[in-house]
Design a protein around this ligand. Structure first.
Ligand SMILES: NC(=O)c1ccc[n+]([C@@H]2O[C@H](COP(=O)([O-])OP(=O)(O)OC[C@H]3O[C@@H](n4cnc5c(N)ncnc54)[C@H](OP(=O)(O)O)[C@@H]3O)[C@@H](O)[C@H]2O)c1
Length: 313
């Protein structure tokens, strides 16, 4: 037995969960992950305990949470798909919160989305809103951390902007591209989550980075860093969506959804909150310019190739 505190992270072999796990292990915390992808490459070896994220067996789920000081919940689905839906993710997450309450978990640090309560007409936001309310009523002390866009090691949005810039002759922004976003580095996101794990009372934070960009400016900035000359042109949002749809079969993914375009254009990825980390996207992109956007990063690939690491998909 060990007297190190036990922290539980969903999806430690995924994206945000991996950064949280890295930082917890560096603090000599005992870490267990709950995941349905236990065979992904595991950079943590036997320092990481691995158990199933057993939504179908709430009692087993509660047992797997017993003794935990903190549960970090990163679980969510990005869009509705033949293999997964928002409705199922909402129901599953409620099972997780209930299991955590029954198991006596000390605190839940839950990842939501910026402006989760302001866009109930969009399925992603409606689900996130419902889960924030469910968390508040589940009886466990909690923190809600709300990112807009994350970047760094294996991210999707920034990497795939770079991929388009490298592979297509021009870049179309949805509408004029004048809406803003404030990307946060995934390691800064993890540090913010761990910070909120150690606060008292119920807390929440917008997880935004130190730099803000208009979307068109972000695309031009990345093009400049990659050293590619591309026209960045406004296109009607509907046309941009259909161009994405044409690319879907080529990359075997859902490049972007109508809801994601709508959220972006409404400025839902922006916030006036203080920056939650110091890592600048411009510095990080310059440091990784050789690799950035060389491979397309596939959301659906990550869901169906459960034995592979995110960097390879
Ligand atoms: N990445 C961003 O830019 C961004 C921006 C705003 C908000 N967020 C929020 O941040 C949280 C973590 O996102 P992330 O990007 O770090 O994601 P991620 O690691 O790819 O996914 C988190 C975990 O959710 C599970 N999961 C994801 N999609 C699934 C699906 N379709 N079916 C079943 N399980 C699925 C996976 O569990 P298994 O381990 O079981 O496979 C995964 O480990 C989410 O709540 C997301 O909404 C992320």
């Amino acid at each position: 037995m060990t007297d190190r505190p036990l922290h539980i992270v969903t999806g430690a072999l995924g994206y945000t969960g991996r950064s949280v796990t890295e930082q917890l292990l560096a603090r000599a915390v005992r870490v267990r992950t709950l995941t349905n992808s236990p065979n992904r490459p595991n950079p943590f070896g036997d320092k990481l305990e691995i158990l199933p994220l057993a939504f179908g067996d709430p009692d087993a789920l509660a047992r797997s949470l017993e003794g935990a000081e903190v549960l970090y919940n990163t679980y969510w689905v990005r869009f509705n798909h033949a293999l997964f839906t928002f409705d199922r993710a909402v129901a599953s997450t409620k099972i997780l919160f209930d299991a955590a309450a029954r198991a006596g978990v000390g605190r839940i640090v839950h990842v939501s989305i910026l402006h989760a309560r302001s866009a109930d007409d969009l399925g992603y936001y409606k689900g996130k809103h419902e889960l924030e309310v469910a968390l508040e009523t589940c009886g466990v002390g909690h923190a809600i951390v709300r990112p807009g866009v994350l970047f760094g090691r294996g991210d999707i949005l920034v990497n795939n902007i770079a991929w388009v810039l490298r592979h297509l002759p021009l870049f179309g922004t949805f509408g004029d591209g004048g809406y803003r976003l404030r990307p946060l580095h995934v390691d800064d996101m993890a540090a913010l989550m761990i910070d909120h794990a150690h606060r008292t009372g119920n807390t929440h934070a917008d997880a935004v980075g130190p730099e803000g960009f208009e979307y068109r400016e972000l695309v031009r900035t990345i093009a400049g860093i990659l050293g590619v000359r591309r026209a960045v042109v406004p296109v009607p949002a509907g046309l941009g969506y259909w161009v994405g749809k044409l690319v879907n079969p080529i990359v075997k993914d859902v490049v972007i959804t109508r809801e994601e375009i709508e959220g972006l254009m409404r400025g839902l990825l922006d916030s006036d909150a203080p920056g939650a980390g110091n890592t600048k996207l411009t510095d990080w992109a310059a440091e990784h310019r050789e690799q950035l956007g060389r491979r397309y990063a596939s959301e659906v690939g990550r869901r169906v190739k459960r034995d592979e690491g995110y960097d390879a998909i």
